[in-house]
Design a binder for this molecule. Structure first.
Ligand SMILES: [Zn+2]
Length: 344
């Protein structure tokens, strides 16, 4: 019987005369990997060449900067919008330090921003359970209310840019929650391929992936309750990618308080790892596929981000991602897994 999932890669050697070695030949390795679900490629090269850059958090806390932040102090009450009564009768959702308001620059019909803290700057080591859990709780509450109002919008998403290297426009911690018919090309491709896999094998690809990864162990980080944490075979981030698959949890309504606890617990472990490695920034997503299907479980993804250097604030994304739509990573998923595992 052929395997349902194959991990295909091509290893390459490049030879040049190296000035650092008196122009003697030097052989450098790189890889192209194929995503086992979609077949899309990713490059692995330049191993270990990019080091996470420290950010000057004190500079971000300068009152001259925070003075303009719409999420700071009394401005978050006065300057952020409110939802019309038919969407959120209270106008905004609040819990602990978290406040969820409409996005002034909406991405879809229903689009919100969750301000996660009173403080303008929250370093990775200061995200406690309450702060994270309160933000996710009102974010999910918002998505559930939208689902009740507009059941025809099938997908529900949380997106999070943390700190400037991630593309976040404001340092003040915030997440975005929205419902959509168009969850982006990656999820769209994956949903299509997962449905085909389900039709071919009568099993959910992600469950099969977890089973395979758990068995070989190379990219399997660990399990917290019903959540399985692993590194992606093809990483979207230059410094790798970590995903969490919620086993047999398929849509927003399936996602329980217990699942939320597992998510927060896993995230806190990843933040410990990021702090230890000096990784200052990340992008994250939490994706809920449509109700009724049994082939695409709830997925959380997180990708470390950094400036290439702080001298020029060079981005860690290049023509590869911007124009070729090709991820490039300088860290092998197996090495990342080994490092993160000790924090689980
Ligand atoms: Zn602020």
């Amino acid at each position: 019987m052929t395997a349902k999932i194959t991990f295909k890669k091509i290893e390459m050697e490049n030879t040049f005369l190296d000035p650092r070695r008196g122009f003697q030949p030097n052989v450098v390795n790189s890889q192209v990997r194929f995503d086992p679900l979609t077949g899309r490629t990713g490059h692995f090269s330049h191993f270990g060449a990019i080091k996470p850059q420290q950010l000057n958090l004190e500079k971000y806390s300068d009152p001259q900067v925070t003075g303009f932040c719409p999420f700071c102090g009394a401005r978050r009450e006065a300057q952020t919008p409110k939802f019309p009564g038919e969407i959120i009768p209270e106008g905004r959702l609040a819990r602990g330090e978290a406040l969820l308001v409409p996005n002034l620059n909406p991405y879809d019909i229903y689009s919100s921003v969750c301000i996660m803290s009173w403080e303008h700057v929250v370093s990775l080591d200061r995200w406690n359970y309450e702060k994270l859990s309160d933000a996710f709780t009102i974010g999910l509450d918002f998505l559930k209310r939208i689902k009740a109002i507009s059941p025809s919008l099938p997908y529900h998403l949380m997106g999070w840019n943390y700190m400037p290297p991630s593309g976040g426009g404001l340092v003040h911690p915030h997440q975005q929650y929205f419902a959509t018919e168009h969850p982006g090309n990656r999820f769209t491709d994956e949903i299509r391929a997962s449905e085909l896999f389900y039709r071919n094998y009568q099993t959910d690809y992600w469950q099969e992936l977890v089973y395979r990864e758990q068995k070989n162990g190379e990219r399997y980080i660990g399990k917290l309750g019903n959540s399985h944490w692993l590194t992606s075979y093809v990483s979207f981030g230059v410094l790798g990618e970590i995903i969490c698959v919620f086993h047999r949890v398929y849509c927003l309504n399936d996602f329980t308080g217990e699942n939320l606890n597992e998510l927060v617990a896993g995230l806190q472990k990843i933040f410990s790892y990021f702090s230890h490695k000096g990784i200052p920034s990340f992008n994250a997503s939490l994706f809920f596929c449509s109700e009724g299907q049994r082939f695409f479980p709830v997925l959380f993804r997180i990708v470390p981000r950094t400036f290439l250097n702080t001298r020029d604030n060079a981005s860690d994304l290049s023509f590869f991602q911007a124009l070729l739509q090709e991820p490039v990573s300088v860290v092998l998923p197996e090495d990342l897994c080994r490092e993160v595992k000790s924090f689980f």
